[in-house]
Design a protein around this ligand. Structure first.
Ligand SMILES: C[S@@+](CC[C@H](N)C(=O)[O-])C[C@H]1O[C@@H](n2cnc3c(N)ncnc32)[C@H](O)[C@@H]1O
Length: 189
């Protein structure tokens, strides 16, 4: 490995943070790579997957079936926008909510997360997050909507109560418009 990507750093934090009974939301499941990584770490918990594209959900289902051939009852799929992710928090609040923003690799780049849907989703995510929970956001400022979305996130984050949340940013400082990770950690009151 030449350098750590934003995804390597996110995964290291997920592993550090997660317990096997945790409830987790993947707010943009895409091709399912993040979902597979998460599902293996919470065998006694639950994973809720969201995407607005049926083809993304199918790709994720296929990938997960390869790993769990006899079924994975701890995984639920929602063909819905991440703005509606509170529907996944009825039984237990999630201790991790993961966003890998942008468009489905190898697919229509016009179908992408947007500043408006992502901010609405983050507001909802913050309201359902478990005490000591975390939100992981992978952002891609290298394409036009990703840039708008990143700017909207940077306008949104200072509104959070610093007594309740710690916010971290990881980005390769040597690259222009490099993807970056935001990690929001909720503290206990
Ligand atoms: C970069 S991909 C996610 C990659 C994925 N986590 C993986 O491991 O393969 C971004 C995904 O966000 C989805 N998306 C776009 N807008 C969305 C929304 N409002 N709610 C949920 N998913 C959305 C896209 O369809 C796309 O599949």
């Amino acid at each position: 490995m030449k350098y750590y990507s934003h995804l390597d750093l996110a995964k290291a934090l997920w592993v550090h943070h997660l317990q096997e009974k945790d409830y987790v939301i993947d707010a943009t499941c895409g091709n399912g790579h993040d979902a597979l990584f998460l599902a293996k770490r919470i065998p006694k918990g639950k994973l809720f997957l969201f995407d607005i594209q049926q083809q993304a959900l199918e790709a994720t289902r296929t990938l997960l079936e390869g790993e769990f051939p006899s079924g994975a009852p701890h995984i639920d799929f929602f063909h819905a926008s991440h703005e509606d992710l509170s529907i996944a928090a009825k039984d237990q609040p999630p201790s991790l909510i993961v966003y890998n923003l942008g468009y489905l690799p190898g697919s229509d780049k016009k179908i992408t997360t947007t500043a408006s849907s992502t901010i609405k989703s983050l507001e909802s995510a913050l309201s359902i997050l478990a005490p000591e929970g975390a939100i992981s956001i992978m952002c891609y400022p290298g394409h036009p909507e990703g840039k708008r979305e990143s700017e909207a996130i940077f306008e949104f984050l200072p509104r959070l109560d610093p007594g309740l949340f710690a916010i971290y940013q990881c980005q390769n400082y040597c690259k222009n418009n490099a993807p970056f990770l935001i990690w929001i950690k909720k503290t206990t009151l």
